[in-house]
Design a protein. Structure first.
Length: 84
């Protein structure tokens, strides 16, 4: 199932991803630190959504209370609860 999420408090403007059989596919960020966010997308490709949430939830960016990975975790958490 395809999902789109508008992050808050970070540089990226949108997070898009699919969850198929509990696994992440096609993770892409719009805006933000291009190379870093492409790297995150590549690293989490095929990962179990719940495992990804537990690994990246709570990561901070500088003095911010959140980060693009943390926002991805929030998006995944919402998507997983929506599918349940």
């Amino acid at each position: 199932m395809h999902h789109e999420y508008v992050p808050r408090g970070v540089c990226s403007r949108k997070i898009k991803f699919d969850i198929e059989d509990g696994k992440l596919k096609n993770v892409a960020f719009e805006g933000g630190c291009n190379g870093n966010l492409k790297g995150i997308g590549a690293l989490v490709e095929g990962m179990d959504a719940n495992e990804c949430i537990s690994r990246i939830s709570g990561i901070r960016c500088g003095m911010k209370n959140t980060s693009c990975p943390d926002q991805l975790a929030r998006a995944l958490r919402a998507a997983v609860s929506e599918q349940a």
